[in-house]
Design a protein around this ligand. Sequence first.
Ligand SMILES: [Zn+2]
Ligand SMILES: [Zn+2]
Length: 332
Amino acid sequence: MPELRQNLVTKEWVIIATERAKRPDHYIERHKRTTTELSPPLDEHCPFCPGNEEVELELERLPPIGDWQTRVVRNRYPALSEEGEVIRSMNGMARRISGVGRHEIVVEHPIHNTTLALMEPKEIEIVLKAFYNRGWDMQKDHRIEQIIYFKNHGERAGASMRHPHCQIIGLPVVPNDIRHRVDEARRYFDDTGQCSLCVMLQEELTVQERIVSMSEHFVAFVLYAAPSPFHTWIVPRQHNVSFLYASPQELADLAIVLRDVLRQLYFGLHDPDLNFIIRTAPVSELSNDYLHWYVTVVPRLSRTAGFELGSGMFINPALPTESADYMRKVKI
Ligand SMILES: [Zn+2]
Ligand SMILES: [Zn+2]
């Protein structure tokens, strides 16, 4: 019989299609003609390639002198405007806030045909350091209430450019989905005196069967209630409300575990399209005791359809323990 499972942290339900579950190797992207490393290393039309740098949009580069590895630039076509103040207007159902905020691009590497899965841990650490620097800068902006750090890799994940890059958006509101997670975390803490993600992490460490990578500071596991195949969380062992409070040792360590997970997916599933997101507390919640930041990695292997839109629930046709077992066995 299929099984409904609930995520302890988000309280979201999923249907795990236990009976018509497909084997993990069903998800290998066999139709994909070219993987990232097979495209050209330099594209003369790409604005992120060396020689084409849009210097007027640049905010930061790492290292600051000499050849760059990672650059942060303003998005040329930003979702939100950097100029202006937050102006609210409420007129019946017409509720509006002026579209101010930040929209920045982290160009991860000068090489056009690489991706985090193919980079060295030291290089990924520099990309994370760029996130960290920009996050602190945005956090000081009084208009910003929530910072979203994310990566779109591949068309199905929403990437319009192949050059390896991530994005950071600073929003003037806390989105409903995040507000809901904050409320659930607070409720759990009120009821039990514990952080729900700390509890989930301890149980995963006890059971072991869904863990795909582990280090001194981080544990990566496929979710018990995974909404989609290979849906993985990377959780800091140290309870901490925000990514911006991660220590330099944690950033270096996260680079290793994130790389591990991305390599398992890259080599195990033939460079699938994917998103990853750093999920961190709203700017106004930085002193609370119950939120715990983490990273979500979601390969885009199945499409959402009417049922998901109608219910907010997902049907996962892959068994989380089998997905994890498959990822662990990938030779990287
Ligand atoms: Zn490029
Ligand atoms: Zn915690």
